[in-house]
Design a protein around this ligand. Structure first.
Ligand SMILES: CC(C)(COP(=O)(O)OP(=O)(O)OC[C@H]1O[C@@H](n2cnc3c(N)ncnc32)[C@H](O)[C@@H]1OP(=O)(O)O)[C@@H](O)C(=O)NCCC(=O)NCCS
Length: 136
């Protein structure tokens, strides 16, 4: 399940701008990189001192609303806390209802905004919201 090609296939099923296996491998090789995996999803996060960032969370469309995303997030939060992380942050598009609902259900709060951060395939721009969870 940790095969980069498998992770890249899940990523491609979940995002407009897919990362290939080489990109996933490079991310996994970054200092502080941590991976949570499930059969049809994964969550990649990265530690830096006592803070951490969720780099990506993806669940295959056919496997959604079955608890996978929530379980991956809960696993990352637990592992981050165990490793001494005090704050977990992430970026999410302002109109990504599924992700926003999931993160809100786990206590993430709005910490900032990056206007026109994401480029959509149709050329439109979307704001990124920065969410944070205090683990201290
Ligand atoms: C966001 C994502 C990871 C959720 O994965 P998932 O496995 O479907 O999530 P879960 O089944 O664990 O859902 C947990 C909760 O999140 C919320 N949620 C998930 N999908 C939702 C949707 N489409 N609409 C509204 N709420 C949703 C619900 O509160 C849900 O609980 P419930 O099913 O008991 O109502 C998945 O939709 C995905 O991969 N999306 C594309 C990639 C993406 O946007 N990643 C996040 C970028 S920051």
């Amino acid at each position: 399940m940790k095969d980069p090609a498998h992770l890249a296939a899940i990523h491609a099923s979940a995002f407009d701008t897919p990362w290939d296996a080489a990109a996933i491998t490079a991310l996994l090789d970054m200092p502080g990189a941590e991976l949570e995996v499930a059969q049809n999803g994964f969550l990649l996060w990265r530690r830096a001192a006592d803070e951490a960032e969720i780099v990506t969370l993806a669940v295959h469309p056919e496997a959604r609303r079955q608890g996978t995303g929530g379980a991956l997030l809960d696993q990352a939060v637990k592992n981050a806390r165990d490793l001494g992380v005090v704050r977990l942050v992430l970026e999410v598009a302002h109109d990504n209802t599924a992700a926003l609902t999931l993160y809100a259900s786990r206590g993430f709060e709005l910490a900032g905004k990056r206007p026109a951060y994401y480029a959509r395939p149709d050329g439109a721009r979307a704001d990124a919201l920065i969410l944070a969870l205090n683990l201290a």
